[in-house]
Design a protein around this ligand. Structure first.
Ligand code: HEC
Length: 151
């Protein structure tokens, strides 16, 4: 082998090795970057669902801030706003729980289950003839409970 054909040979071999490395090492790298059950796209969906939850949380907060002395119409308007925020949260959380977009980690699933149950409880109490918002007021704490562990 002449020097130049040796160089070409080595160049070809190293390119093949490099190509092999880049394509094969990608999943390995990902395993380091993301927890086992997370795929990148799922995590992106999880984030956008979390933003949706935050928007609903804002709506709920606003509705709960209404003064206690209200006309019957205002009482029903407040109830409608509270129930709508809770229903949307439940829909988002149930969708996440079923693992469609990322909460398929066993930890997350358990917390999501508890979270959905808490929203349910809040929804029932808000639906009483005399609405009770005690549990609705605790939903923010339920968000925080999961964040403490899973973020
Ligand atoms: C079952 C667990 C769980 C519950 C319940 C939960 N979250 Fe999250 N949340 C997470 C995890 C995990 C992340 C981190 C996602 C990431 O960074 O990939 C997160 C991230 C977020 C983020 C940041 C998103 C971003 O772009 O980084 C916001 C905002 C958020 N959550 C709001 C809420 C609100 C509001 C609630 C309650 C109404 C809530 N979350 C309930 C698990 C939960």
């Amino acid at each position: 082998m002449t020097i130049s054909s040796k160089v070409i040979f080595i160049t070809i071999i190293s390119s093949i090795v490099l190509l092999g490395c880049t394509s094969q090492n990608t999943p390995a790298l990902r395993k380091v970057t993301y927890p086992a059950n997370f795929k990148y796209t799922e995590r992106k969906d999880l984030r956008s669902d979390m933003h949706e939850l935050a928007i609903q949380m804002g709506g709920l907060d606003k509705a709960l801030l209404k003064p206690l002395q209200q006309s019957p119409i205002e009482v029903e308007q407040q109830r409608t706003q509270v129930l709508s925020a809770l229903k949307n949260m439940e829909r988002i959380a149930t969708n996440l729980k079923s693992g469609n977009s990322g909460a398929n980690h066993p930890f997350m699933e358990d917390y999501m289950q508890v979270f959905v149950a808490q929203i349910d409880e809040a929804r029932v109490a808000a639906s009483f003839e005399q609405p009770r918002y005690y549990f609705a007021g605790k939903v923010a704490g339920a968000c925080a409970n999961c964040h403490k562990i899973n973020r």
